[in-house]
Design a protein around this ligand. Structure first.
Ligand code: SF4
Length: 246
């Protein structure tokens, strides 16, 4: 039989009409194999019905339950309590960074989705059998998905040190999406979309995004590949132009 743990769950809370966030502690008995999302739901169910948080699928598909847990971005539906604290320990839970807070643990993701669309990430190709790769599928009927493997959880944006100081930065998920669209040779997508000071060149190569991504999208490495693609395009234009003028 599993021994239950007694933990303190410290939640950062803030309503839109409050100037600053406050911390609220809850004592909780948990099975250490339960997830952090289970713990948050228990607090809502048994201790405070005013707590607001976002969740949906409970199996790492929807990307809705991203939070910062003890200072690290986690998809809370797949994060066991035992992996982030210990018996009599503290579980410090905050909303994702680099997003406006709507209420408590809920952040506004509207701008994040707008940026994904601006980078043309909806156009990565897969077929109706769900085969996800970078190849066009010829005469097969094609579907369109937003970004291979990405569940649009926003963890990468929260972890990104550049997004923390520069709101204009396009961000790792959108740039990774553009890289995938380019790799898939989607016609309407152009590397120059990210060839600017708020795009691929703004990344500091910290790779925090890749570290926290729960879907192994590896945004950091994709941004580096995107830079390579931008340079290749520039070289082609440069040398192609020179050949024509000679
Ligand atoms: S790239 Fe990874 S961390 Fe970023 S939104 Fe997509 S799944 Fe989440």
């Amino acid at each position: 039989m599993t021994t239950l743990w007694n933990i303190t769950v410290r939640i950062r809370r803030q309503r839109q009409d409050e100037d600053r966030p406050r911390w609220q502690d809850f004592s909780l008995e948990v099975d250490p194999d339960e997830t952090v999302l289970d713990a948050v739901e228990k607090i809502w169910a048994f201790k405070d019905r005013t707590l607001t948080f976002r969740h949906a699928c409970h199996h790492s598909t929807c990307g809705a339950c991203g939070m910062r847990v003890n200072g690290v971005e986690k998809l809370t539906c797949i994060t066991p309590v035992r992996s982030v604290t210990h018996n009599n320990g503290i579980l410090k839970i905050e909303p994702l960074r680099n997003f406006p807070v709507v209420s408590d643990l809920v952040v506004d993701v509207a701008h994040f989705f707008e940026e994904l669309e601006e980078m043309h990430t909806p156009q990565v190709v897969t077929n109706r059998q769900g085969r996800l790769d970078y190849e066009k599928t010829g005469d097969e009927e094609e579907d369109y998905v937003r970004l291979v493997d990405c569940i649009e959880c926003g963890l990468c944006v929260s972890a990104c040190p550049v997004a923390l100081t520069d709101a204009a930065y396009v961000g790792p998920a959108s740039l990774a999406g553009l890289q995938q669209s380019l790799a898939a040779q989607v016609n309407s997508v152009d590397a120059s979309l990210a060839d600017n000071q708020n795009g691929a060149w703004r990344c500091h190569s910290a790779y925090e995004c890749s570290e926290v991504c729960p879907s192994h999208v590896e945004p950091g490495y994709r941004i580096m590949d995107l830079r390579k693609k931008i340079m290749q395009k520039s070289f082609r234009q440069w040398f192609g132009g020179r050949e024509k003028t000679q």
